[in-house]
Design a protein around this ligand. Structure first.
Ligand code: 13P
Length: 265
């Protein structure tokens, strides 16, 4: 069995606690929300437990599972995250992914509630590392509806918004998955503020081409949907359909949000 990590299991558990503290401290999760997992071999993962604050976890809370969903070791008091099926779906579909984070950061979750995908080329870092971020259709938390809803999106993207729920990021390691969550929330925040200012200028397509060349040169890992500056996706233009609304409706919602924000200011 391939051991993917240079870190010991103890170090990885500690890193899960550190990332849990970061997402809680930054307000990416409230109460007991959010979950984190790491792949430790072809068939095994470590996952956070269900129903505890991810800001106050201890090492014995972390649970080892097989990627077919069986618990390998756990402390008696704790059960695996109720969303572990979503994490397992990612590990089964994507051999290149070694860590998964689910959180509810306020700005990107607001876009997920509004049904507006973060698919515009607005910031170079986001274009380089996230690409166009789609919205997976709504599913009842903890059921197979969520893994089913992300299935198609994780083929082309390492960041997905979950309709009326939150966000999911994938990484080649835990820090990478965390950075993607931070970039996603930062991008959503800036996009929201730009809408409030009344205008969102997109990066011109010839500049986006340059960024894509840079992405290759920098050997940035992972998969992205490349977005044209008109907002239409080259690899995946189904986000609107997945979230149950058309591109025209998304544009109309965006226009009415801008209009309302203008009236308020
Ligand atoms: P767990 O505590 O079961 O991981 O669930 C938290 C959550 O955010 C559900 O979406």
């Amino acid at each position: 069995m391939t051991n993917y990590s240079l870190n010991s299991e103890w170090e990885l558990k500690k890193l899960i606690l550190d990332i849990g503290k970061r997402i809680w401290t930054r307000g990416y999760v409230a109460a007991n929300d959010g979950n984190i997992s790491v792949r430790i071999s072809d068939n095994e993962i470590l996952t956070t437990p269900t129903g505890v604050s991810k800001g106050f976890m201890t090492q014995e809370m972390i649970i080892k599972m097989s990627i077919d969903g069986k618990v390998i070791s756990q402390s008696k008091k704790f059960r695996p995250s109720s969303e572990v099926k979503m994490h397992i779906e990612v590990y089964q579909q994507r051999q290149d992914i070694k860590a998964v984070i689910h959180a509810h950061p306020p700005y990107c979750t607001s876009f997920a509630v509004a049904g507006i995908p973060l698919d515009k080329c607005v910031l170079p870092e986001a274009v380089l590392t996230l690409g166009a971020v789609p919205i997976a259709s709504y599913g009842t938390p903890s059921t197979m509806e969520i893994p089913d809803s992300i299935k198609s999106h994780i083929q082309n993207s390492d960041a997905v918004l979950l309709a009326n729920h939150g966000a999911l990021t994938l990484g080649v390691d835990l820090i990478n998955a965390y950075h993607r969550m931070e970039t996603l929330e930062h991008t959503a925040h800036i996009t929201y503020l730009s809408i409030g200012l009344g205008n969102v200028n997109m990066i011109p397509s010839k500049e986006v081409d340059k960024l894509m060349t840079l992405r290759e040169q920098m050997n940035i890992p992972g998969r992205i949907n490349i977005c044209a500056t008109d907002g239409s996706c080259q690899h995946d233009n189904s986000q609107g359909a997945a979230s149950g609304i058309s591109q025209a409706q998304i544009e109309q919602i965006t226009r009415s949000v801008i209009e309302k924000l203008r009236k308020q200011s």
